[in-house]
Design a protein around this ligand. Structure first.
Ligand SMILES: *Cc1c(COP(=O)(O)O)cnc(C)c1O
Ligand code: SF4
Length: 344
């Protein structure tokens, strides 16, 4: 391929859909049939971490409902501007675990690469909302340090692409990275943490699926949905394509007040995911990041929810309730249930 032809090529369908994502709070409120009452707050709170949401995700919201669980995840609110004690800028100690630009090595055998700082959606509860991605991504031709770190440790059998959202990278960049990873004999698994199949299912196009099929690595994709209504026909099609490419699909969610902090929603989420070929994996306690305190569910309430969920669902549909602790060897499971038995 002549480089010039690459540059002149039309953006792909997913890139065009991404470019049309809503970033103006007035436009979002209008699209969901809400008046301008929430607008000043949305503008103020959006200053430090701007609004961003693809139109396909907006289309799944219920019109006229300011409490819609999908809207709540993306609309900036006044509450974000309130400083709350105990909520900081790097709640999970990621910066301390960084061994090279964009390379987090916290847990045995698994190295996580923040391959890009970009996301298609800005989730208001995100623990990376204050993350200094400028210095902290392995992207932009800086795979070298990351690969050197991985190759120096024979125990690393799994590489996790995270971000931001790694599927924001164009196919050729993903290909370049997996080509290099495949040359490291100890690397057996490629894990991709992404919200794109849910918020921008257009991303799951033939080029992406071919990339997945091509690699010799075993593939695991951990998607991120918090509410059953996030999963519509377009998302189910995207999941099916990914599975047909030989990928094990798991889901992680965050337990969020006003979004999914009730048993019916959590049970519905697990059932909907399973029907779409995705296994529930983690339900995360909110990371205590500045600006997200209004999403917090306290530990006792979370444990009570889990006990009810476990009483309703087959065991394989009950996600593991975990909290991330700076400096711990793994994510910490929260015990629940009669007699305080372990979660696993
Ligand atoms: C969550 C996480 C992992 C993966 O942990 P698993 O328990 O294997 O899912 C790896 N590295 C970092 C930095 C993480 O936060
Ligand atoms: S990293 Fe994940 S949770 Fe955070 S804004 Fe991006 S998509 Fe949302």
């Amino acid at each position: 391929m002549i480089p010039g032809t690459l540059r002149l090529r039309q953006p792909s369908v997913w890139q065009a859909a991404l470019a049309q994502a809503i970033s103006d709070p007035a436009e979002l409120l209008e699209a969901v049939g809400l008046g301008p009452q929430l607008l000043p707050a949305a503008r103020a709170a959006g200053n430090s971490f701007p609004l961003r949401v693809p139109r396909g995700f907006v289309a799944r919201m219920t019109k006229g409902d300011p409490g819609d669980p999908l809207l709540r995840q993306v609309l900036p609110l006044d509450a974000e501007c309130v400083a709350v004690h105990g909520y900081g800028r790097d709640p999970v100690g990621d910066l301390a675990a960084m061994v090279a630009p964009g390379v987090l090595h916290k847990y045995h055998g698994r190295v996580l690469l923040t391959a890009t700082g970009a996301c298609a959606v800005h989730c208001r509860y995100c623990f990376r909302r204050h993350y200094p991605y400028g210095q902290a991504t392995a992207a932009s031709g800086r795979w070298g340090d990351a690969l050197a770190h991985i190759s120096s440790d024979p125990a690393v059998s799994e590489v996790i692409l995270s971000g931001g959202d790694p599927l924001m990278l164009p196919d050729w960049r993903l290909e370049e990275l997996t080509q290099a990873l495949q040359d490291l004999p100890q690397v057996r698994r490629l894990r991709i943490h992404t919200r794109l199949p849910v918020v921008l299912p257009e991303r799951v196009d033939p080029g992406l699926l071919e990339w997945l099929v091509r690699t010799r690595l075993q593939k695991v994709m951990v998607v991120h949905a918090n509410h059953p209504r996030e999963i519509d026909a377009s998302v189910r099609r995207a999941f099916a394509g990914i599975r047909d490419s030989g990928v094990t699909l798991l889901n992680q969610s965050v337990l969020l007040r006003g979004v999914n902090d009730d048993v019916a929603t959590l049970a519905g989420l697990s059932e909907t995911l399973f029907e779409a070929g995705v296994m529930p994996y983690y339900l995360h306690m909110l990371d205590r990041v500045q600006g997200a305190a209004h999403f917090a569910v306290d530990e006792a309430a979370a444990q009570a929810l889990m006990a009810q969920l476990a009483a309703q669902l087959p065991g394989y549909l009950v996600p593991r309730l975990v909290r991330e602790m700076p400096g711990a060897d793994a994510k910490i499971p929260l015990a629940f249930g009669v007699g305080g038995g372990a979660a696993e």
